[in-house]
Write a protein that binds this ligand. Structure first.
Ligand code: FE2
Length: 283
């Protein structure tokens, strides 16, 4: 069994800019909430923990503020006992170069692969003990470039890399990428209903074809949309998770994150914070 925790769209910033007249991201709460996520993770037996991008809220023209906010977040995540995977989002790309983001996040390259060994004897979310112990989980982290928010691309070079890596991956492979690769509904979404061209990776049809033809990818996890969504295309689950700091109708931050268990034949995802729930997905 593999167990991992995901948090996304943390939007660390010390000031909050209204969006179309309404404050929707409670950025000043990002660091304490990220601390809560770390504390939660450290109570679990995790294969890894990941933040799925938009780690900071950019301040127009202020490289120094963005850098400081990124460093503050990384200091909080340094308290994780589990390995950390970082995904690059669009807000960190506005003022910071890709090289600097990688340096701040401790990454050698903006897209990469990690392989983890399964753990045995772990008590699962539903109380079942996993006996699977000799498997490997491959995690492919993609980099969707986007500076102007409308120019969301995954390069041809990266797609070639993805195809080559997949040939060598195990049958339990997942993908992490900030921007969605599916076609989920944006109806009622306060950020993207009117602006779908701000939302999805432009090369997503070609990317989905690569993932499908590998026969190895179980699920793709991301953020950006600020909504929790699960869709299934060609046998692969495409999941997005609500932002940690999204202002709920009650006025508080969502405090959302996900805990995922992956077995050979099942993916179980438990959501925490506002809008809690559980998904059991057959593989
Ligand atoms: Fe984003």
């Amino acid at each position: 069994m593999f167990r991992f925790a995901l948090v996304t769209d943390v939007h660390i910033c010390n000031e909050e800019a209204p969006y179309e007249g309404v404050v929707r991201k409670l950025c000043h709460q990002a660091l304490p909430l990220l601390g809560d996520f770390v504390e939660f993770c450290n109570q679990q037996e995790l294969t890894f923990a990941a933040q799925l991008g938009d780690f900071i809220e950019d301040i127009p023209g202020s490289v120094e503020s963005d850098r400081t906010h990124f460093q503050s977040g990384m200091r909080v995540l340094s308290g994780l006992r589990a390995p950390l995977l970082s995904v690059i989002g669009n807000h960190e790309q506005v003022n910071l170069s890709v090289d600097e983001i990688c340096s701040l996040a401790g990454l050698e390259t903006p897209y990469y692969r990690r392989t983890f060994k399964g753990v045995k004897g772990v008590r699962g979310l539903r109380g079942v003990r996993s006996l699977q112990d000799d498997s490997a989980l491959d995690v492919l982290v993609l980099f969707s470039s986007s500076i102007e928010h409308t120019d969301i691309h995954i390069s041809a070079q990266q797609m070639h890399w993805l195809e080559a890596e997949l040939r060598d991956c195990s049958d339990s492979t997942i993908v992490l990428v900030h921007h969605p690769l599916d076609e989920q509904s944006l109806l009622g979404n306060v950020w993207f209903e009117k602006y779908p061209h701000y939302c999805f990776v432009e090369e997503r049809v070609a990317l989905r074809k690569i993932l499908k033809e590998s026969g190895k990818v179980k699920a793709v996890f991301g953020g950006h949309v600020h909504q929790t969504s699960v869709s299934r295309i060609d046998g692969i689950y495409y999941v997005t998770i609500q932002s940690l700091v999204e202002r709920t109708e009650a006025g508080a931050a969502s405090s959302a994150w996900a805990l995922v268990e992956l077995d050979k034949d099942r993916l179980l995802m438990r959501l925490y914070g506002a809008g809690p729930g559980e998904f059991e997905l057959c593989l």
